[in-house]
Design a protein around this ligand. Structure first.
Ligand SMILES: [Zn+2]
Length: 211
């Protein structure tokens, strides 16, 4: 059948090349690590802009800066990982609830700074505001993780006549090219074969039935 990726007995071996997957994963991890310096830079930039308009920022201006930074972090983080997350109802709810809890924790920190340590309101908003994004990002790492049951179900449902994307698990069976439409990863034949769960090297992915 033309225009399909399918498994067939192994022919000639190919060159192992994991650079495509590796660079994509590394790029994603670097982008993940960059969220802290990028958010910090945005915060400093916004404060600097306000300060340049005349004097140190007011408390309400600091609060607005935090809201802008929160939105930036939320959008950046969700866009970075949304393709790889299995968005169940529980995960979506957990993502929102953890955000609300993180905001509540930040508020409590602000209260502690203000009343337990007698700090000025500005300091309490400064410290209290910094906690929610950190707490929420850490929470999403736990909430968005694929469970062992989900992975097993995904592999089982895929059966043995399918080709899964080694990077994100997308079912690539029937595609014309060895490029995952879900995460954009491009694979060699070897990478697709070695990336299939519970499958040995006795099978080979055949593109367009030409080999
Ligand atoms: Zn993929």
């Amino acid at each position: 059948m033309a225009a399909a990726l399918h498994l067939r007995p192994m022919g000639a071996g190919g060159k192992v090349d994991n650079m495509g997957i590796m660079t994509r994963l590394v790029a994603r991890l670097i982008l993940a690590m960059l969220i802290l310096p990028l958010s910090g830079s945005l915060f400093v930039l916004l404060i600097a802009v306000i300060a340049s308009q005349g004097g140190p920022p007011e408390v309400y201006q600091l609060a607005i800066v935090w809201v802008i930074v929160y939105v930036f972090i939320a959008v950046y983080w969700v866009l970075l990982w949304c393709n790889l997350v299995c968005w169940t109802h529980d995960r979506m709810r957990g993502t929102i609830v953890s955000g609300l809890i993180a905001l509540l924790l930040g508020y409590l920190i602000a209260l502690v700074v203000r009343f337990a340590f007698g700090g000025p309101v500005f300091a309490s908003v400064l410290f209290g505001g910094g906690l929610p994004p950190i707490a929420w990002v850490l929470a999403t790492v736990l909430i968005w993780r694929e469970t062992a049951e989900e992975r097993m179900a995904r592999i089982t449902a895929a059966g043995t006549d399918t080709v899964l994307c080694p990077n994100c698990g997308y079912n690539m069976t029937g595609l014309r090219e060895a490029r995952c439409p879900e995460c954009g990863s491009v694979f060699t034949i070897d990478q697709l074969v070695s990336g299939q769960p519970q499958r040995d090297a006795s099978v080979l992915v055949d593109v367009d039935g030409s080999e």
